[in-house]
Design a protein around this ligand. Structure first.
Ligand code: FMN
Length: 307
């Protein structure tokens, strides 16, 4: 018997696989499609203070080894989310991670304050890739001082819940950004969000996506995710990390754990094949067994030094 459970923030993840924020929806869609209780955790699609329609189409285009999207945080807003969508997750036996995104520090803080009082929310994740309207529209996650400020302010609002920050790889120095989040009191980090990119339509001479730039997801970004997780783990040996980006099989999960992740998120992989997350969990078990690791903890204790 191998033990694939992971403990983080005093919470038990039955296995190291969580659904990443976005691709699998906000609860309702995910419950219809996935057996969430088989997963270590589920992250809701990012919810914002006000409802958002998202960006106009076209907002998805295929790329080698993934997709490029500019969905633009389409959602029904925090009120509707708390009243109608979140309660659907209440009795689901998995770790529930709620992702929030704000235009301002105050919006982030108000949402965190609301979620802090809901007993069945296990973890709150700040999506720092959101543009900051008070700072010229530059995303929160690109400014070290804003990362610190938003984490510090939100931490005061979430005394009961672990607070995570989801970072982008589209920065000069991910370790500096992680460091500011940690100084701001963050309890854990999710790395990485989708990676900025563009595709041109050579018939029209315009970008495929109406908005031009989009975020790349899927196996094409896995080495970027691994490198970001590795750098942050090397700098901060103890901070809990959810490694995300391009996971398609059990070996990808093992690779992220060896790079320093505690738990691993799946986005793209879960929407190209709805059975993929369970298969990945089985493959993790097989790997541990074949390599004679008794548990994830055993795997972590025997991995090479991160230096
Ligand atoms: C269609 C789509 C929607 C996404 N929406 C969100 C979102 O709402 N919030 C967020 O933090 N990340 C969002 N992401 C990013 C994923 O959570 C994940 O970080 C990224 O796609 C890399 O992982 P993957 O390669 O497994 O998809 C989205 C990704 C996709 C493909």
């Amino acid at each position: 018997m191998v033990d694939i459970a992971v403990e983080l923030f005093g919470l038990r993840f039955k296995n190291p696989v969580v659904l990443a924020s976005g691709p699998s929806g906000n609860g309702k869609e995910a419950i219809e499609v996935f057996d969430l209780a088989k997963l270590g955790g589920f992250t809701t699609k990012t919810v914002t203070w006000e409802p958002r329609q998202g960006n106009p189409p076209p907002r998805l285009v295929e790329i080698y080894g993934g997709i490029l999207n500019s969905i633009g945080l389409e959602n029904n807003g925090i009120e509707c989310f708390i009243k109608e969508e979140l309660p659907l997750l209440k009795d689901v036996d998995t770790v529930k991670i709620v992702s929030v995104g704000g235009d301002t520090v105050e919006e982030f803080a108000q949402m965190v304050e609301r979620l802090n009082d809901i007993p069945y929310v296990d973890v709150i994740e700040l999506n720092l890739s959101c543009p900051n309207v008070e700072n010229g529209g530059i995303s929160f996650g690109k400014s070290p001082s804003m990362v610190r400020k938003v984490c510090e302010t939100c931490k005061k609002m979430s005394p009961k819940k672990p607070l995570m920050a989801k970072l982008s790889s589209d920065v000069t120095d991910v370790v500096e950004i992680a460091s500011e989040a940690i100084k701001g009191g963050i309890d854990g980090l999710t790395l990485i969000n989708s990676v900025q990119g563009m595709r041109m339509n050579i018939e029209t001479g315009r970008p495929y996506l109406l908005r031009g730039v989009g975020g790349m997801s899927g196996p094409c970004i896995k080495p970027i995710g691994i490198w970001n997780v590795y750098q942050v783990r090397r700098a901060f040996p103890d901070i809990p990390i959810i490694g995300t980006g391009g996971v398609m099989n059990g070996e990808d999960v093992i690779e992220y754990i060896m790079a320093g992740a505690n738990v691993v998120g799946i986005g793209f992989g879960a929407i190209v094949d709805f059975d993929l997350p369970y298969r990945v969990i089985d493959e993790v078990k097989v790997f541990l067994k074949e390599h004679k690791y008794g548990s994830i903890r055993d795997l972590v204790s025997k991995r090479g030094d991160i230096q």
